[in-house]
Structures are given as C-alpha cells and as structure tokens.
Design a protein around this ligand. Structure first.
Ligand SMILES: NC(=O)c1ccc[n+]([C@@H]2O[C@H](COP(=O)([O-])OP(=O)(O)OC[C@H]3O[C@@H](n4cnc5c(N)ncnc54)[C@H](OP(=O)(O)O)[C@@H]3O)[C@@H](O)[C@H]2O)c1
Length: 350
C-alpha cells in the first residue's frame, strides 16, 4: 500500500487501538480513530458501532480499516457478547467496500476448547467472549474475499516501561490479588500464559498495511507459542511487581497463593462457597470463574509470528498498574469468611 494511506482504526482509545493508531501515524499514514466516547484530537470520532449508523464524516473511501473495537469481558451474557463483539463488525462491514484492506483483531482464545473457530455452539468455548470472537472471525471469512485476521493472547504494555493507555482486559488480576478476591491460583499445573506487548501488535499491523490486502484470508497469530511463560511463573512475576511497589510504599507484601486445579476448584471449593459465602463474595467468586479460561491452557498456541520474551513487559506493566491505581494496589487481602461464622468452617473454602 502506498504511503500515506487513509486508515480508520476502531477502538482507537483502547489498550491496543491507541498504540496501533500512533504506530500508523508514525509510519506516515493519515489515520483516523473511532470509539464510543471519542478521543482527543481532530481525527478522533465518536461512533457507537453496531448501535447507530456511521457519522457522515466517516462515510468516505478508506484504504484500510483496523478493527479493534470490542468488549473484552469474559462473563457477559451471550446476547450482550454478540452485541459487543459481532454487531460492531457488521457496522464496519457496512462502511467499507471490497477495495478496503480489512484488518480484524481477534484473540488467540477464539479457538475455544476445540482448537478452531468452526463451532457455532457456546459449548465449544470457555465463555461468551471466546464464542463471540469466533463468531466474528467466521463473519469476516463469510463476507469478505480478502481480509487479515490477527490473533494474539494476553496484552501487556510497552517493553521499555510497561506504558499502557488503558489497563483493561487482564488487569482484573492485580486488583483481585490485592483485594483478596482471587483466593487461590486456580489453573492447570502445566498451564501456559502467552503474553505479547502492545508494540508487537502495532508493529505487525504496520507491516500488514505496508504489504497491502492479501489474496484471500490471511491469519496471523502472535505470541511466544511453545516458549510462553508457565502460569505459576506469571503469577510470581505479577506478585514480584506488586510487592516491589508495596515494599517501596510501606504496604504489607502479598503472600504466594495456594495452587488449586480447576477440577478441585469447581468440584469442591465452589460448591462450598455457594453454600457459605454471602452474595457479594459469591459475585466475586462467580466473576473469577469466568476468567479461569486464561489459566487453564496447557497446549501452546500455534504462532505464525513469534514475539520476544514478554516477562519484563509483564513486570513493568504490573508495576505501572500499581503506581497508577494506588487505592487498589494498597489493599490488604482479606481472608474469606462465612456468612454466619463458626470460624473454623472456612478453612477448606476459598
Ligand atoms: N486486552 C487484551 O488482553 C486482548 C487480548 C487478546 C485480544 N484482544 C483483542 O484486541 C482488541 C482490542 O482490545 P483492547 O484490549 O484494546 O480493548 P479495550 O482496551 O477495552 O478498548 C476497547 C476500545 O473499543 C471501543 N469500543 C468498544 N465497543 C465499541 C463500540 N460498540 N463502538 C465503538 N467503539 C467501541 C472502546 O471505546 P470507549 O472507550 O469509548 O468505550 C475502546 O476504544 C479486541 O479485538 C480484543 O478482543 C485484547
């Protein structure tokens, strides 16, 4: 594609879209962004994709659209997940013609439990997020003769300093570790957690734009693949990052969490919790269950573009989260208590 190309980035104020927008801008393109609430600057527009028609200023020919807008929550009801992650794509498809280079951002987790995106059944996925992202990928394939689909796993910030425009997605975890809402490390012992930096994604998208639209559907999968960090190491890196901030700020250090397999958790701890915890505690436990998918992947993702080691990006991003979320980072984990409380009865529960 010739420079400057006229490019629209959806979700341009988010964790990933903001970095892509700046990278394409730095590469000399003429880049516009859209989001629900709009961003700063004349090239940032407001458009609630999937809920309203595009504003007139966006109904122009685009050389490329990088579609990042999504809701990364794993526990939305299925209808809402479709509304959040499929309808916005329909909005993009209604805006562009066949000549526009579509780059659709997906997730490595879109392949769900069966290792591909073909199943329409929610049972084939760990949660509604995976299901809706797989549905969106199928929609791209069904409606476009040419498109790039880019999958990647958990996203951390810049490699040099962990910088992120938004601490969304995975940053439920440090907050939950500090508050005690995650009572145990629930995951497979050999669980892998693949992590990329926002910079890896932005550099890849910039290369795809330079290469131009593919003949057909081109799938890229970014990550570490077989060299992904083990879940326990990831938790230790997060704990080390949070504790480095806590120690510098006089806050008691976080202890190592006990390890529990998903089977033990779902068969024993969760039924126990359902009987004995109060409503607020149960809501936290249920929300936590929706995230177990992240922690139970034992097969490495098949990557097409291997990224550099991401341990340092994880450490720095978590440390920066603590610096910028001081109230949450200062919390002291509270032990789980029963509703009406013979003290010893909580011992085996979360
Ligand atoms: N973060 C991760 O760990 C991760 C991992 C794998 C894949 N991904 C994928 O990467 C992409 C970007 O995710 P992200 O982490 O950058 O998300 P994010 O930080 O939550 O940002 C979402 C962005 O999308 C916008 N948006 C959401 N729904 C919209 C709608 N209906 N209309 C217009 N704008 C809308 C938001 O605008 P407002 O702020 O105005 O609401 C925001 O700019 C998504 O496809 C996601 O599935 C993310």
């Amino acid at each position: 594609m010739t420079t400057p190309a006229r490019i629209l980035v959806t979700g341009a104020t988010g964790t990933v879209g903001s970095v892509i927008l700046r990278a394409l801008d730095a590469a000399g393109h003429q880049v516009h962004g859209v989001s629900r609430r709009g961003g700063a600057g004349p090239r940032q527009h407001t458009w609630r994709l999937g809920q309203e028609e595009p504003p007139p200023e966006l109904r122009v020919p685009w050389d490329a659209v990088v579609h990042c807008a999504a809701d990364t929550r794993w526990n939305l009801p299925y209808e809402q997940a479709e509304q959040a992650n499929v309808e916005p794509l329909r909005g993009v498809l209604s805006l562009i013609g066949p000549e526009t280079h579509l780059i659709h951002l997906s997730t490595s987790y879109a392949t769900g439990l069966e290792g591909d995106i073909s199943s329409h059944s929610p049972d084939a996925y760990r949660n509604s997020y995976e299901w809706s992202k797989a549905t969106a990928e199928r929609l791209v394939r069904a409606t476009r003769d040419s498109a790039d689909i880019v999958r990647f796993p958990i996203v951390m910030g810049a490699r040099a300093d962990g910088a992120l425009d938004r601490f969304s997605g995975f940053f439920w975890l440090p907050a939950s570790l500090c508050s005690g809402a995650v009572p145990a490390l629930v995951g497979e012992k050999d669980g892998l957690m693949d992590i990329v930096s926002t910079e890896d994604i932005a550099a890849h998208v910039t290369r795809l734009i330079a290469a131009g639209p593919p003949a057909g559907h081109r799938l890229s999968i970014l990550g570490r693949g077989k060299e992904a960090q083990r879940m326990e190491d990831v938790f230790e890196t997060i704990r080390a990052a949070l504790n480095s901030w806590r120690s510098a700020n006089g806050v008691p250090l976080l202890e190592r969490l006990p390890h529990v397999t998903p089977e033990q958790w779902n068969r024993f701890h969760l039924p126990f919790a359902e009987q004995h915890l109060d409503r607020a505690q149960l809501l936290r436990v249920t929300a936590f269950r929706a995230y177990q998918g992240y922690l139970s992947v034992t097969e490495p993702f098949d990557v097409t573009t291997q990224v550099a080691d991401s341990k340092q990006a994880l450490f720095l991003s978590m440390r920066l989260w603590a610096e910028t979320h001081e109230g949450a980072a200062r919390r002291i984990p509270q032990p789980w208590k029963e509703r009406s409380a013979p003290a010893a009865a909580g011992a085996g529960g979360p």
